[in-house]
Design a binder for this molecule. Sequence first.
Ligand code: F6P
Length: 332
Amino acid sequence: MRKIAILTSGGDAPGMNAVIRAATLKGIKAGCKIYGIKRGYQGLITGEIEELTVETVSDILHRGGTILHSARSKDFKTGEGQKKALEQIEKLGIDGIVVIGGDGSFRGAQILNQLGVATVGVPATIDNDIGCTDFSIGFDTALNTVLDAISKIRDTAVSHDRVYVVEVMGKNSGFIALYAGLGGGADAVLIPEIPPDLDQLVKRIEENDQRGRGHSIVIVAEGLFGGPSGGQVLAEGTAFKVATYINLRTRKDTRITILGHLQRGGSPSALDRTLGTRFGAVAVDLLLAGETNKMVGWVKNEIKVSTMDEAIARKNQIDPELYQLVENLSSV
Ligand code: F6P
């Protein structure tokens, strides 16, 4: 294994640069040539590939986003696109690829693996929905961003005795919403994994009012009502639907805040930097050891290597007891 490439794919996540840096330095230290593939699988198809050096990855650890840029590639889903990608890999003599991203990225890695290219995945998505790892890179930073936002929203909610419905990302998972509710002290958390009880929500808001607490904070995951969520207009106004219902039933002044892509940016947290660094180094170790179709994860406070197939098949599941704890603490 003398030439290793790295790509980032799907929604970017704070901490991706920590993975890129560690994988590059680890590979160079082992005598490899390291290449960066720009814009995910699309850049692989078009040959946007450049060598990564110690200088390239200096001073990037603290930066959000990805220096390799990211993209979603429809072309790579086609046989023609995969053929072009393989030609690029063979032209450069690349022996293995570190794929940094979420489930869609890993499905691309599986295709490369089937084409004979060694691939190792690093889970990096703020959604935290990848199986076989307790944390995906980016989730912790996104959570801190949401908690900071909730603190700010709480100030104005208290001042105006208002209900705020805060919509967070997560595609079809409720991890960001649930942990934000736990850490932010929300009055209610609505997530796709649990059927929403809007009447119970209205009751809780009215009970707050009766106790002289005129404000409430409700966190909703963008994929609450299913369908093509995705942080864009396609989410069909999840927060808007919930806020309208609350306002109609309680007649309380209700506002919505959609945090959107704020959750994808920012300097990575300590956890995302340290975990990202470890993941990047282990991914290169696995390729150097001749492994493929594997994913580096973090399970019960230690590194755990799984097969890519397992990671894709098993989504990271919400802990129902954690949801119940949030529910219990917000209904005292
Ligand atoms: O998968 C990460 C994510 O941020 C989701 O939480 C969100 O629904 C989606 O990406 C947004 O996609 P885009 O960046 O293409 O708008």
